[in-house]
Design a binder for this molecule. Structure first.
Ligand SMILES: C[S@@+](CC[C@H](N)C(=O)[O-])C[C@H]1O[C@@H](n2cnc3c(N)ncnc32)[C@H](O)[C@@H]1O
Length: 247
């Protein structure tokens, strides 16, 4: 009895979050997210090679999948939002798309060379289950890339904690760098490197002449943060399965 009640309430909460994302994509579409030019960096940091199998968990309308296809990878994406996937189907016809919860991935063991999850782990109700699923479907020598929100920022403290403006309907959460690292290590991952989110600098660079027309399949300069790393809004972690060979 207790178990089924808990399951029902967890499912109901997930349905609310999914409905929030469906509505967001139906009304804002791509406007809800960064432009395509902000996405190839995740593949660059992974040193992703053409021809490899790439899974983007919580892919939204497919911006990172598009960047992946442009670099010659074989992209697959999964998201809970049907509305996001409807957009992705048209935007990235090369991608294999799946509707589902990151906590239960519909893929075989050790299927993917690269796994990305951008701006979403903090939205999952059971992040450990989702991370364990990503580890399960990753090849032994796979590389993973996660962008996650930092709770140790002034914005998070003021906006979410003091002013209580946290987006609860979209189930927004955050951890600080140490807490993220501990979580990743606990589930069996090894952190290879940590970068600050590159979007603040990419956004500035886009003001330069010619930058908007940059070929998105070429590498770009990795920027150091303008503020101490521990205060950046989002971290990008590059990881591998613990015990896996270094590339
Ligand atoms: C902030 S958006 C990021 C989308 C995409 N990763 C990007 O950066 O363009 C968060 C995404 O997580 C998805 N999401 C939230 N909870 C999920 C879950 N439990 N399983 C799969 N996707 C989920 C939402 O539908 C949404 O598309």
């Amino acid at each position: 009895m207790t178990d089924s009640t808990e399951t029902t309430s967890a499912d109901a909460k997930q349905q609310d979050v999914t409905a929030w994302f469906d509505h967001t994509y139906e009304t804002a579409g791509f406007e809800y997210l960064r432009p395509l030019a902000a996405y190839p960096i995740f593949l660059q940091l992974l040193e992703a090679r053409a021809g490899a199998k790439h899974l983007d968990v919580a892919c939204g309308p497919g911006l990172l999948l598009k960047a992946s296809a442009m670099r010659g990878l074989k992209p697959s994406g999964l998201d809970v939002s049907r509305s996001a996937l409807d957009i992705a189907e048209e935007y990235v016809p090369e991608a294999s798309l799946h509707q589902g919860n990151a906590e239960r991935l519909p893929f075989k063991d050790e299927e993917f060379d690269y796994i990305t999850c951008v701006g979403a782990i903090e939205r999952f109700f059971d992040r450990r289950a989702a991370l364990q699923e990503m580890i399960r479907v990753a090849r032994p020598d796979a590389r993973l890339c996660f962008m996650v929100r930092n709770s140790a920022t002034l914005t998070w403290l003021l906006w979410c904690k003091l002013l209580r403006q946290k987006n609860t309907t979209g189930h927004q959460d955050a951890l600080d760098r140490d807490q993220w690292e501990t979580l990743f290590k606990d589930v069996g991952l090894e952190v290879l490197s940590v970068y600050a989110d590159q979007w603040p600098r990419q956004r500035l660079r886009r003001l330069l002449p010619g930058e908007r027309a940059r070929d998105l399949s070429t590498d770009e300069k990795i920027a150091e943060p303008l503020i101490p790393m521990r205060y950046v809004n989002e971290f990008i972690f590059i990881l591998k399965k613990r015990g896996a060979e270094s590339a």
